[in-house]
Design a protein around this ligand. Structure first.
Ligand code: GDP
Ligand code: MG
Length: 182
């Protein structure tokens, strides 16, 4: 009976009480991190995004979920800061430009470097293959292989193909984030 009441209570809580998640968005420069934060924050796509210096912080409310988002710069000199912003978050989003295969090697290196940090053990990872509106973009299956996502252990890992420009697949991204909220 106690189990019944606690499950009814958690059902009520999920409807009436807001949930929150703190997330960090990392990845190489120009992959679309700031566009992602802008699109989920305001629903607005804009072609002109100012390159991020160091980081941006934004709080976004979607339904009963509040997302606190660190958007960290991707230029080489800022990559050593990623770990600091990912430490203690509920999820890490790693954005890749799926239409720019020349950068996959660097993206793979930086991703695995970041995940090897002891402070990030167990933190769930969502890899976004962005810019799928561009012809010839790389599929999820290929991204999993080139980024060696199958080698990642000890954490939840998901990979979706999406586009900030056409807002493709952002609904499943938001659902994934809602599932990491508490
Ligand atoms: N075609 C296309 N371009 C995108 C998409 N997302 C971002 N961009 C463009 O990619 C460039 C870099 O985006 P930005 O958000 O600044 O990347 P960041 O450096 O990772 O924050 C900008 O010119 C954006 O307009 C997308 O889904 N499709
Ligand atoms: Mg940016």
């Amino acid at each position: 009976m106690a189990g019944f009441f606690s499950s009814v209570f958690s059902w009520f809580s999920s409807i009436f009480f807001s949930k929150a998640a703190e997330i960090s968005v990392v990845g190489l420069q120009a992959s679309g991190k700031t566009s992602f934060v802008n699109v989920i924050g305001s629903g607005q796509w804009s072609e002109d995004v100012v390159p991020t210096v160091a980081f941006n912080y934004r709080k976004v409310r979607k339904g009963n979920v509040t997302l606190k988002i660190w958007d960290v710069a991707g230029q080489p000199k800022f990559r050593s800061m990623w770990e600091r912003y990912c430490n203690g978050v509920d999820a890490v989003i790693f954005v890749v430009d799926s239409a720019d295969p020349e950068k996959f090697g660097t993206a793979r290196f930086e991703l695995h470097q970041l995940l090897s940090q002891p402070s990030l053990v167990g933190v769930p990872l969502l890899v976004l293959g962005n810019k799928n509106d561009i012809d010839g973009h790389t599929s999820v299956k290929e991204l999993i292989s080139v980024l060696e996502l199958q080698k990642i252990q000890g954490r939840a890992v998901s990979c979706y193909s999406c586009s900030m420009k056409s807002q493709n697949n952002l609904d499943i991204v938001l659902r994934w984030l809602a599932d990491r909220s508490h």
